[in-house]
Design a protein around this ligand. Structure first.
Ligand SMILES: Cc1cc2nc3c(=O)[nH]c(=O)nc-3n(C[C@H](O)[C@H](O)[C@H](O)COP(=O)(O)OP(=O)(O)OC[C@H]3O[C@@H](n4cnc5c(N)ncnc54)[C@H](O)[C@@H]3O)c2cc1C
Length: 400
């Protein structure tokens, strides 16, 4: 019997756990450690501030399905890894492993600039999304300028664009749009770069949206400081703001930075090959955001990163599971798929409108890439949410 410990039970980790158990059956013991008891469909957090979703609508307790599938769920925080002794330490106990999968996602680097944590909002956590809901109720009593965007080094610009178009729609629904100067700020070289060097028609489509919705924008800017009523950009321009939402950069979680054995990159990501196996340890694997991905482009003047989205996170969870099974069977040939060659599949919500983004690979060169706008309703995004929650609740990780 091989024991695999997986740290992190979200898009990447839950997929890996379910797939190892499905394929390995009684030959594989799987222990999933996660500090959160909930599986959360993070992409729908952008709807929480506007009351379109509550956290309970987009999350469920994961222990039930994991136990049903024969996986041991440990609701603890992993604090350190000893790669030589093959032990994961948690705040309550320790777990020995034959294989270890690191699927811990990101830590948000709020200290990227002074005032970001104190004076701007972040939509990417349940708490952050709920705080925005409360703040917007106050804001609408006395509307003023708004700044939405991403800071220097950020990689998850797509979610910030989604929030921008959702808040614009909310302002119109609240009949206060005319009282609000809405600004978009981004480190990207051009609108719609998205950290993947753009998509055909992407820049012109986003320019069209900005014009149609009367949104002022600044590209190639970082944030020098956020204050209570303004955002100071790296080019020293000051934008007045009574409500600010920013996407800071992601870095590796404390567990990784506190475990020097892991030889993580300076940003806290795990160095793996195209088989998602650690470059220095044959029995350590990584999936999802925890993976170190080399930037496929050079930013012009302000640094920014690449997004690590849900589809490749799920996909790398599957690859890791298959490779662990193969190694246990003594097979030498492993599945290899470079992160940037995984197909790109994403739906960007544009405030009850949407843009479907598909490409044969995440990074260039791509054989085929397309952005399809749907201005009638964001039903594909809604269907994706329902499908993913259904698939996860039932443990059907083998599905796409
Ligand atoms: C606001 C927002 C919107 C997004 N929208 C989209 C979208 O529309 N489409 C898309 O494809 N992607 C989207 N993404 C990205 C998507 O959410 C990520 O790609 C995905 O969540 C990555 O999965 P993961 O499993 O690697 O990490 P995560 O989902 O971050 O999960 C990491 C897990 O590890 C656990 N963990 C961390 N550290 C420890 C520890 N020390 N001990 C125990 N457990 C630990 C956490 O509790 C968590 O459950 C969005 C992201 C954000 C923030």
């Amino acid at each position: 019997m091989t024991t695999t410990v997986i740290i992190g039970g979200s898009f990447a980790g839950m997929t890996a756990a379910l797939e190892i158990k499905r394929k390995g059956k009684d030959q594989h013991k799987v222990i999933l450690i996660d500090k959160s008891p909930l599986f959360l469909f993070i992409p729908s957090l952008i709807w929480v501030p506007f009351g379109r979703r509550d956290i309970k609508d987009i999350s469920f307790k994961k222990e039930g399905i994991l136990t049903k599938k024969g996986i041991d769920f440990v609701n603890e925080e992993a604090t350190k890894i000893d790669a030589t002794a093959q032990i994961v330490y948690t705040d309550k106990g320790e777990y020995h492993y034959d294989n270890l999968v690191i699927a811990t996602g990101p830590k948000v680097k709020y200290d990227i600039a002074p005032g970001v944590e104190e004076f701007s909002h972040y939509v990417g956590t349940p708490n952050g999304a709920m705080k925005i809901r409360t703040a917007l109720q106050e804001f609408k009593k006395n509307p003023g300028p708004i700044v939405i965007g991403a800071t220097q080094n950020a990689g998850c610009m797509g979610a910030a664009y989604e929030f921008l178009f959702n808040i614009e729609k909310w302002l119109r629904e609240e009949n206060i749009r005319k009282k609000v100067d809405l600004y978009w700020i981004t480190p990207e070289d051009y609108l719609g770069h998205f950290g993947i060097d753009g998509m055909p028609m992407g820049e012109s489509m986003l320019k069209g949206f900005m014009k149609m919705f009367n949104i002022h924008y600044r590209t190639e800017v970082g944030v020098k400081e956020v204050q209570k009523n303004k955002v100071i950009l790296t080019n020293d321009e000051e934008l007045p703001s009574d409500f600010t939402m920013l996407m800071p950069p992601f870095i590796g979680v404390d567990l990784v930075t506190n475990s020097p054995d892991l030889h993580a990159t300076p940003a806290g990501y795990i160095p793996v090959g195209d088989d998602y196996r650690h470059r220095d340890y044959k029995n350590i694997w990584a999936a999802g955001i925890a993976v170190d991905v080399k930037l496929p482009f050079t930013p012009k003047s302000v640094p920014f990163g690449s997004p690590k989205t849900g589809y490749p996170s799920d996909e790398t969870g599957k690859i890791v599971a298959e490779n662990i099974i193969r190694v246990a069977k003594g097979q030498a040939q492993l599945i290899k798929k470079e992160w940037g060659r995984i197909p790109g599949l994403c739906i960007m919500d544009a405030g009850k409108k949407e843009v479907i983004i598909f490409s044969t690979s995440l990074f260039k060169p791509r054989t085929f890439a397309i952005m399809i706008p749907n201005i009638i309703f964001d039903f594909n995004k809604v269907i994706l949410e329902k499908y993913f929650l259904w698939k996860s609740k039932n443990g059907y990780a083998f599905l796409p």
